[in-house]
Design a protein around this ligand. Structure first.
Ligand SMILES: O=C(O)C(=O)C[C@]1(C(=O)O)C=C[C@@H](O)C=C1
Length: 293
């Protein structure tokens, strides 16, 4: 049985993703994203599961930055799951009349429900927690406090909280993509019971200096080889204002010819290229649901 670290405590969205990816292994909740990554890096766990990107809010910067700048490790799979946020309250409060003094949740969850909160609770104080599960666990232990939390249905069940309002995220098709990381193996993992969307190779590319047409040249190394890109994003190098590198996702696994050729061409241009992982990409959506679309 493998040891799987995930952003805990029980009842987080990351737990749902970790359970789907590793239904038969030992799941270990860890309090923060950097700590999950630290455990994988020091090999006290076999795999880490952490969120990397949300359909409404974009990149989970803490994951990407910590992975790149502090503890580099290969991505061995990615899994997207549907995200439904609910407003949870203590069962002792009256759903019809209760107005909390404060709403507590993870910053991504708060941001995903921004419009709802503005419309229904414009005056209520917002406070951030390390995860939606942690917010729910706190409320369960402080049921007399005048607080509601935003979390998922599993958290409501785990911590005995009442769902005051369902599906309060601002957009229906809310999804978060999680990555599976390992310092022990680069071998991609297969996730059964999930839909295989395709394969990806993620690259981190630092340009030599700010010269005219640099990004164009980088992109053309992929374009003329007909390597399809599904994402390009710039992130600060943290070495000074205006210094950026690019994260590029190519829609295929590392091969023997095309991707090594593109990387060699970029290196010859003076770029620094690192492979962040070459891995299968999955979605929790069932195959039959996908066919119906
Ligand atoms: O707080 C949780 O439940 C998490 O698993 C973290 C997280 C995130 O960081 O994006 C995961 C999915 C949702 O987008 C909201 C929060």
């Amino acid at each position: 049985m493998k040891k799987i670290g995930y952003l805990g405590p029980r009842g987080t969205f990351t737990e749902i993703a970790a359970k789907q990816a590793f239904p038969e292994d030992e799941l270990i909740p860890i309090r923060s994203i950097p700590k999950v990554i630290d455990h994988a890096f020091s090999k006290t766990i076999d795999y880490a599961v952490v969120p990397i990107e949300n359909a409404i809010e974009g990149t989970v910067n803490v994951t990407l930055d910590y992975l790149i700048h502090q503890k580099p490790m290969p991505i061995v799979a990615s899994l997207s799951i549907g995200i439904n946020q609910h407003l949870l309250m203590s069962p002792s409060k009256n759903v019809e009349t209760y107005i909390p003094r404060k709403i507590l949740s993870h910053p991504q969850a708060i941001a995903q429900c921004h419009r709802y909160l503005q419309m229904h609770y414009p005056e209520v104080e917002i406070e951030y927690a390390d995860s939606t599960g942690q917010a729910a666990a706190w409320l369960a232990q402080h049921s007399n406090e005048d607080v509601c939390v935003i979390a998922n249905e599993q958290a409501a069940k785990t911590y005995g909280l009442r769902i005051a309002a369902r599906d309060i995220q601002d957009y229906d098709h809310n999804q978060t993509r999680f990555v599976v990381l390992s310092a022990k193996t680069q071998q991609p993992i297969t996730i059964k019971n999930a839909r295989h969307l395709g394969d990806k190779t993620s690259l981190m590319i630092t340009l030599p200096s700010d010269f005219t047409g640099a990004l164009h040249q980088v992109l053309s190394a992929f374009a003329w080889r007909k390597l399809n890109l599904s994402k390009i994003e710039s992130r600060p190098t943290k070495t000074g204002l205006g210094n950026y590198f690019f994260i590029i996702e190519v829609d295929q696994l590392m091969d023997d010819v095309l991707l090594p050729g593109a990387i060699a061409e970029l290196t010859a241009l003076g770029c620094h290229v690192e492979v962040l992982g070459s891995y299968p990409s999955y979605s929790d959506q069932s195959v039959s649901a996908a066919i119906k679309q």
